[in-house]
Design a protein around this ligand. Structure first.
Ligand SMILES: Cc1ncc(COP(=O)(O)O)c(C=O)c1O
Length: 434
């Protein structure tokens, strides 16, 4: 059976339970009456800020934004320049509903160009990667059907599914060797296909949130083999959530070598986001691209996505879209932003190396971690581990079976202290959850 366990980060955990005693009717509908008012991750971050304001030397490894070594939000100077160069009269106008054609083309080139699939792809602009996931869930699943993803996953998958009356099925992400559980993936694909008409598989690699795991070439090849061996009559689509793709270690983009074959069998969707790639979380620039050799079906899918744009945000942030288009297509700006990003990657890589060295010395249990914003350390009592860590000034996020550590927000000179606190936090609680 697919693992029913919910191992996502706890942000915006949905609840659709009705609170109304029988017969009582409110203006606010029953399924919306128990929504959590505060995001748990921002609550942890708020507590870290409160303690810091009191003069305590805290490490706030809770939020998924890249901070520099001085603890300030890391920005890319070339991105700021590109934003400043946008013609204000263009930025002030509505963007086309499906996005600027040049933007959509640029995203396609960025995502599917390396796979040689640019001519077999379409794209719509979305409000960040979140918007892309939303449109994929809404259009590739019917009400009552469930998306399929790893048991550790980004919590808003569940929020989006819940809000749109879809569900979430999960499969065990790690086998006993702490490697991606390919057998569980294969099994759960068959199980899902047996209980609903279609399958939407969401994979968030490279640099999976919350675990930091990236599939290597062999694992991507196996995922490709498993998907291609499914009954061709079964309507399956795959959504690659590429939120952290630009932060992957060399080789973790091996999916580009297999996606050409896959797109012959099924729609391959990509949730593209400028939030992390261009360190512009607030710009809300993203795209949902679809690669598929069947052009008529692909155009139908893209039209459905454009319809969803109109039905949600109507059109996206034009200023951000125009600036990002320039950053992707203008040779000088592109080179500049790649240089800016390389500097941030080098900064993050040093933290990752330090973490791996210190964590190995302390015998922490965590999955393969080669880069990216987060890592997850296994513990049999995540709440207790988080409590112990907070008592020592380290703020991390408890999730089921583990704690999520945002190295993206941890200056390099704090990493050793962080690992020391974590080691005490998991003392006596080490263990990979079943
Ligand atoms: C796994 C994952 N997917 C998608 C996103 C979407 O981010 P945004 O909507 O800011 O592009 C995030 C952001 O944290 C994420 O962690």
């Amino acid at each position: 059976m697919s693992q029913p366990t919910h191992r996502s980060t706890p942000s915006q955990a949905p609840s659709s339970a009705s609170s109304s005693p029988e017969g009582e009717v409110h203006a606010l509908i029953d399924s919306a009456r128990q929504r959590p008012a505060q995001d748990p991750i921002f609550a942890i971050h708020g507590e870290a800020k409160r303690r810091a304001a009191l003069g305590e030397d805290v490490i706030d490894a809770s939020l998924g934004t890249l901070m520099d070594e001085e603890g300030r939000l890391a920005v890319m100077p070339t991105v700021v320049r590109a934003l400043g160069q946008v013609d204000p009269s263009k930025a002030a106008a509505y963007a086309p509903i499906a996005g600027e054609a040049t933007f959509n083309r640029a995203v396609i080139e960025d995502v599917f160009g390396p796979a040689g699939l640019a001519e077999a792809s379409d794209c719509v602009a979305t409000a960040g990667g979140t918007g892309a996931v939303h449109h994929a869930v809404l259009n590739m699943l019917d009400r009552g059907e469930s998306l399929l993803t790893t048991d550790y996953h980004w919590a808003p998958y569940r929020t989006i599914a819940d809000q749109s009356e879809r569900g979430v099925r999960t499969f065990r992400m790690f086998n006993a060797e702490r490697r991606f559980d390919l057998e569980a993936l294969e099994r759960s694909l068959h199980e899902t296909a047996a209980v609903q008409k279609r399958v939407l598989l969401i994979l968030n690699f490279p640099c999976h949130n919350p675990t930091g795991y990236s599939l290597n070439e062999r694992e991507w090849a196996e995922v490709n083999r498993i998907l291609r061996s499914l009954d061709k009559r079964l309507p399956v689509s795959v959504l690659l959530d590429l939120a952290y793709a630009k932060y992957g270690a060399p080789g973790t983009d091996a999916w580009t070598r297999f996606v050409g074959e896959l797109a012959g069998d099924m729609p391959v969707l990509a949730a593209w986001s400028a939030s992390k790639a261009f360190a512009q979380y607030g710009a809300r620039v993203g795209g949902l691209a679809v690669a598929m050799h069947d052009e008529a079906e692909r155009k139908r899918i893209a039209a459905a996505f454009a319809y969803s744009c109109r039905a949600t945000w109507s059109n996206c942030n034009h200023l951000g879209m125009l600036a990002v288009t320039q950053l992707l297509t203008d040779g000088g700006l592109r080179a500049g932003v790649e240089q800016d990003r390389a500097a941030l990657l080098a900064m993050l890589d040093e933290r990752v190396q330090k973490f791996n060295d210190a964590a190995a010395a302390q015998n922490l249990q965590y999955p393969r971690y080669e880069g990216g914003f987060f890592v997850t350390v296994f513990t049999t009592d995540p709440q207790e581990t988080a409590r112990r860590c907070q008592a020592e000034g380290l703020f991390i996020v408890p999730i089921q079976g583990a704690v999520r550590v945002a190295l993206c927000a941890t200056p390099q000179n704090q990493v050793e202290r962080l690992v020391g606190i974590l080691a005490r936090g998991v003392a006596g609680l080490q263990g990979v959850p079943a």
